[in-house]
Design a protein around this ligand. Structure first.
Ligand code: NAD
Length: 742
């Protein structure tokens, strides 16, 4: 019988379910926060002699091994979930390498924190198979269990980053609880599983008292304090229930923090290593006094090897170390490895909503199976540093994960990292021998389409502007929550207040002075231009970074002009990394300076817009409307931005956490005359215009204008469906206006 503790949690190990039952003579009614953990092991001794429950066995094959005290189990076909992630990749590689007789099937949905390269050592091995898919797909899991004759499951797949769980806890419930439930049901239905090893965490115990000298024993009460650990505890409850109700032979592990190669750099140690490699400050949540216990990944992989073969069904095993370290000391040790000064390299930032002080485990039980920690902290940290230095690009662009509070960047929908183009759901990844992939049944592509996911909230600056106004309308159309910023950009305190009240997941800056009726205004209003375009933009980027929010900045491509290496008509456009060469107008000059400074902000996505055009031909800001009203126009090919096509792309870029500089134009160029020819064809057959030269033009304007071609191939690679400028003009601007205006 299992009973609820007043705190609402089961006390849980296989043979101690009544430990905290109010009706038990041993029930001790004290407040959970002062529960005397040290006495629990003693009480456990009493209960370990209880017989197993007498439910009819659903899992016939396990009945004989169920009550043995120390089994020596030999699996045949193991399904490892989440093995493109950190810990499980080490476990999978180890088992593939050490046990050629075992078949290892890996199921992973390739979430943002995973990497198929983590499984490289197993790729060419005949006893290894990778399947891309979600554990939450019951059809897929059932299919795999049957077709691969799985007898053992090692279940690692989970959303694992505590910081993210403060922002988007539903993703954690979905993956960690529902996903586990699907696996358990599949075990129940297929009735062939002889071991289900469920991987949980030390965090389910909640915080350990600072002065406790005895660590949490496996029978200690579960008191999770954050959404991540709560979902892990929830999953454990289901595992326990399937063990009890259906005799599923379950073993649960609860581990301390793990570190080593292959870990996605949102976690403390790889994050500090990468920041050190980039010469950036190491940011610590709070004062750094929190204590953590770290185990090296190979030691943990060995622990799983031991538990797989020797672990007793129905039991929980802590995988722990008695060596504890304060976060500040971890940071200092990493600074020492890089010869960095502690004072100037360590920065303290706002703490997360709840940051447990300490997780201390009693690791005796696992040691009694013969496991021991082998790697010293110094050795493990050095190995890890060497690995990250040798593999700096393992994770691609992870600047979003390196900000102090990456939860806001990674939050909605558990954004997926970009999967190589030719990897389809359920289909083999080219990096892995295709013969080793199962042809699997249907899977859901949960998370593959960030557009459809709820949970984004945009804060937009530039309400009264053209782009800012359009962005708001787009959000309404797409059902994205948004608010316009109230702050003046030059006022830092006001920006902070906006961010604290709106709590945005992304910020868009479409504010700025562009001059009315044109940029000539900036020549005579230099202070106003600096205030908004320079100080304001930098302020916003800075406050966003302090708060871990991605900022999409609408910048300009009018900072380049054709030159000898990028001549007009050559098709050689300026690339993102090229240095601006046009400072002819004060407007362009300030924009180029700001772009340069924004490079220092890894939370900023700079979009170089050029000669924006929209389908609204009544808007005087529209390039088409402008040139259709001029008496004379120059005729020079230029890169341009079709807002109807590209503003939705900017939203998608924000959702994908894209940062850095982007030429934000449609590929190719179009000249003034070509645009006006289209205008004549689609809008007004009577339309006539005259050309003049650039020299003639310079006599009627104050500041020179830039003409250039931007190379949009980076954007096209990210969004292959992007239309060329001429196609986009027809599709988004002229064709829709033809019927209404002619
Ligand atoms: N890293 C630690 O310090 C630590 C400590 C204790 C316990 N744990 C537990 O160990 C396990 C592995 O942790 P990690 O750090 O290696 O995690 P990770 O974040 O590196 O990897 C998790 C993997 O699970 C996959 N995944 C997530 N949801 C999935 C789904 N619905 N279907 C299929 N695949 C899915 C991801 O793609 C990823 O490859 C987790 O269960 C975690 O709770 C981790």
């Amino acid at each position: 019988m299992s009973c609820f503790h007043p705190a609402g949690f089961y006390a849980y190990t296989r043979y101690q379910p009544t430990l905290l039952c109010p009706y038990s003579p041993l029930y001790i009614h004290i407040h959970p926060s002062i529960l005397i953990r040290p006495i629990l092991p003693i009480i456990n001794l009493f209960f370990t002699s209880l017989p197993p429950p007498s439910n009819s066995y659903e899992f016939e094959s396990v009945s004989s091994s169920y009550s043995s005290s120390m089994t020596n189990y030999t699996p045949k076909n193991i399904l490892i979930t989440g093995a493109a992630g950190f810990i499980a990749s080490h476990v999978a590689n180890r088992l593939v390498r050490t046990y050629p007789d075992y078949k290892i099937v890996v199921l992973d949905k390739l979430d943002y924190c995973s990497n198929l390269k983590n499984l490289n050592p197993s790729r060419s091995t005949p006893n290894f198979k990778f399947v891309k898919g979600d554990i939450a797909s019951a059809d897929l899991v059932n299919h795999l269990l049957i077709t691969e004759s799985i007898d053992t499951i090692m279940h690692f797949a989970a959303q694992t980053h505590v910081d993210n769980s403060f922002g988007n806890s539903f993703e954690f419930t979905k993956n960690n609880i529902y996903g586990t439930h699907v696996l358990l049901e599949a075990c129940k239905v297929t009735r062939q599983i002889r071991r289900f090893i469920h991987v949980s965490t030390d965090e389910v115990y909640g915080e350990t008292d600072e002065d406790a000298v005895v660590g949490n024993h496996e029978a200690s009460q579960l008191l999770p304090t954050n959404p991540y650990s709560a979902t892990k505890a929830g999953a454990e409850m289901l595992v326990m229930a399937y063990g009890r109700s259906y005799e599923l032979p379950v073993i649960t592990t609860r581990g301390n923090n793990v570190y080593g190669p292959n870990q996605y750099p949102e976690k403390l140690i790889p994050k500090f290593l990468l920041l050190s490699m980039r010469g950036k400050p190491l940011t610590i949540h709070g004062d750094g006094s929190n204590v953590r216990s770290y185990l090296y990944c190979e030691d943990v992989a060995e622990a799983f090897e031991v538990i797989l073969h020797k672990g007793e069904v129905g039991h929980v095993y802590n995988i722990g170390t008695k060596k504890e370290r304060r976060v500040i000391d971890v940071a200092k040790d990493i600074c020492n490895l890089f010869n960095m000064d502690h004072e100037s390299s360590i920065k303290f930032v706002e703490n997360r909503p709840f940051n447990d002080q300490r997780y201390f485990l009693d690791d005796e039980k696992l040691q009694s199976l013969g496991w021991a920690e082998r790697t010293t902290w110094q050795e493990g940290l050095k190995n890890t540093m060497d690995w990250y230095i040798s593999n700096p690009d393992w994770w691609g662009n992870v600047s979003g994960a390196l900000v102090p509070h990456p939860r806001m960047l990674m939050m909605p929908g558990g954004v997926e990292r970009v999967v190589p183009e030719n990897v389809q759901s359920d289909s083999p990844h080219p990096a892995v021998n295709s013969s080793q992939f199962g042809k699997v049944g249907p899977t859901s592509r949960t998370g593959s389409n960030p557009t459809s996911k709820p949970g984004f909230k945009f804060l937009i600056y530039g309400k009264t502007g053209w782009i800012g106004g359009l962005l708001g309308k787009l959000c309404e159309k797409q059902g994205i929550q948004y608010e316009y910023g109230k702050a003046r950009l030059e006022n830092r305190a006001q920006i902070l207040s906006d961010i604290q009240t709106v709590k945005p997941t992304r910020v868009f800056n479409a504010a700025g002075v562009t001059g009315r009726p044109n940029v000539d205004w900036c020549e005579t209003h230099k202070s106003e231009t600096i205030r908004t375009n320079v100080s304001g933009t930098l302020n916003l980027a800075d406050v966003c970074r302090e708060n871990g929010v991605l900022m999409v900045n609408f910048a300009t491509g009018c900072i380049f002009e054709y030159d000898a290496t990028h001549p007009e008509g050559s098709g050689i456009g300026f690339k993102e990394e090229d240095t601006p060469n046009f400072t002819g107008s004060f407007y362009s000059k300030t924009k180029a300076m700001v772009e340069e400074l924004l490079k220092e902000y890894d939370n900023v996505c700079t979009l170089r817009v050029r000669m924006p055009i929209s389908s609204d031909l009544s808007n005087p800001r529209n390039f088409i409307t402008k040139i259709a009203c001029y008496d004379k126009v120059v005729n020079i090919p230029n890169s341009m931005t079709i807002l109807d096509e590209l503003l939705p792309v900017s939203i998608e870029m924000a959702k994908r956490n894209l940062t850095g500089i982007w030429n934000f134009t449609n590929p190719g160029v179009v000249s003034h005359n070509e645009v006006l020819e289209m205008y004549k064809e689609y809008i007004n057959p009577e339309f006539k215009w005259k050309n003049f030269t650039v020299e003639e033009q310079s006599r009627v304007i104050v500041a020179p204008r830039s003409n250039n071609e931007l190379d949009a191939s980076k954007l096209k690679k990210e969004f292959p469906e992007l239309l060329s400028i001429k196609e986009s003009l027809v599709k988004y601007v002229f064709a829709p206006n033809k019927t209404t205006l002619i």
